[in-house]
Design a protein around this ligand. Structure first.
Ligand code: FE
Length: 201
């Protein structure tokens, strides 16, 4: 795959269709500047601000854009909230559609045939592989991303986080918890840099 991509890039460059420098800027942007910390901020805001949470429910694209996160592959967002009764999980069965402005680039496993096939057939089994066991009564709903619509899972706010501010809460929100293959971290499992503003997740 690497070789094919490189060959394609070379041909397109030679024909003058693409500028390698522009490609580098795009890749760097999504690898280092735009990532899951954006989505984590959206989730943390929804945990502390009921008005924002309602906005997220009714118009996620606008609510997310109000925090400055918008752009390609995130034009039409839907936020799906986890509750004790319902757990949401996101997949793209066709390819790898993913909400770039809030989560950055998708992890390799998200693009794998195994995840794409099994997420819809055996969601509970996939969750178990990720180390997540939900109570039997909890329903699992799987959302299939498309080129038009991208989903952001709003994980449940962990217990014992009442005194935490938005930045501390954001550090509990991992990338996988916003895909639905993990739960939000508990304060005890927060990364060491949890209290540093802009901490990565
Ligand atoms: Fe796709």
């Amino acid at each position: 795959m690497d070789l094919r991509v490189r060959a394609l890039e070379t041909v397109l460059t030679q024909k003058g269709y693409i500028d390698p420098a522009a490609l580098d800027v795009l890749i760097d942007t999504y690898q280092t500047r735009i990532g899951p910390r954006n989505g984590a901020r959206v989730v943390a805001r929804s945990w502390v601000d009921p008005v924002f949470r309602d906005w997220l429910r009714t118009d996620a694209s606008a609510a997310i854009a109000s925090l400055g996160y918008s752009g390609r592959q995130g034009e039409h967002m839907i936020a799906v909230e986890n509750t004790p009764a319902l757990h949401n999980m996101v997949v793209c069965t066709l390819c790898s559609c993913y909400p770039w402005p809030v989560l950055g680039l998708p992890p390799t496993w998200y693009k794998s045939a195994a995840y794409r096939a099994r997420a819809v057939r055996d969601a509970r089994g996939v969750l178990a592989d990720f180390g997540v066991t939900l109570p039997e009564p909890t329903r699992i709903r799987v959302w299939d991303s498309t080129a038009e619509v991208r989903y952001l899972v709003i994980p449940e706010r962990p217990a014992n986080t009442q005194g935490m501010d938005e930045i501390e809460l954001a550090a509990l929100v991992s990338r996988d918890s916003m895909i639905g293959t993990a739960l939000a971290r508990t304060p005890a499992n927060a990364p060491a840099q949890a209290r540093a503003p802009g901490a990565s997740t």
